[in-house]
Design a protein around this ligand. Structure first.
Ligand SMILES: [Zn+2]
Length: 177
């Protein structure tokens, strides 16, 4: 893919993320993901000359963050359950830039969803997976899947409720007096 310097897709994506309504710490996390700055196992293994570059969650080869945050079976289930039934098999991408280009496109999401809805879901899912992966790596027991579902589901439910409330406020007649 040719990248024109003035229209660098990373720059455009970053501007979209920056303007979205997600928490600042989630914006920083996306920046690290896009810049390939999260220490995935393959990268750490190369750096430290370690033999084990297996995914902490599924024990298969972990090539990059796209594996454990997106297509790893545990992560893929969370995406399916909490991001409109999206599956890694259907959305074929090879980088996070492509991920943003595909899912950032309104026509690839449910008609009523906004980019902010996507970012809220994605930031919640990714941060829960990242936390879980790190705690397993530090020796903590594996958190059962239904607990992970609660950790992802609650903030998303709260987000959806706040969006609905906001829309109702906007559409209701102004009260006088
Ligand atoms: Zn995995």
């Amino acid at each position: 893919m040719q990248i024109a310097s003035q229209e660098d897709p990373s720059c455009k994506i970053w501007m979209q993320i920056w303007k979205s309504k997600i928490h600042e710490r989630h914006k920083i996390m996306w920046w690290q993901i896009l810049m390939d700055a999260l220490p995935c196992k393959a990268k750490v293994a190369r750096f430290l000359h370690m033999a084990n570059s297996k995914c902490t969650l599924c024990n298969h080869e972990e090539k990059n963050t796209l594996h454990f945050l997106w297509s790893c079976p545990v992560s893929a289930r969370l995406w399916f359950l909490y991001c409109w039934g999206i599956t890694a098999e259907r959305v074929r991408i090879s980088s996070w830039k492509e991920w943003f280009q595909v899912l950032g496109n309104d026509s690839n999401r449910p008609p009523t969803s906004s980019f902010n809805d996507l970012m809220q879901r994605a930031a919640t899912i990714v941060s829960v997976i990242w936390r879980e992966r790190n705690s397993i790596a530090h020796g903590a027991p594996v958190v059962p899947f239904d607990i992970l579902c609660g950790l992802v589901g609650r903030p998303i439910q709260e987000w959806d409720a706040s969006v609905e409330l906001d829309q109702n406020r906007r559409w209701s007649n102004p009260t006088l007096g």
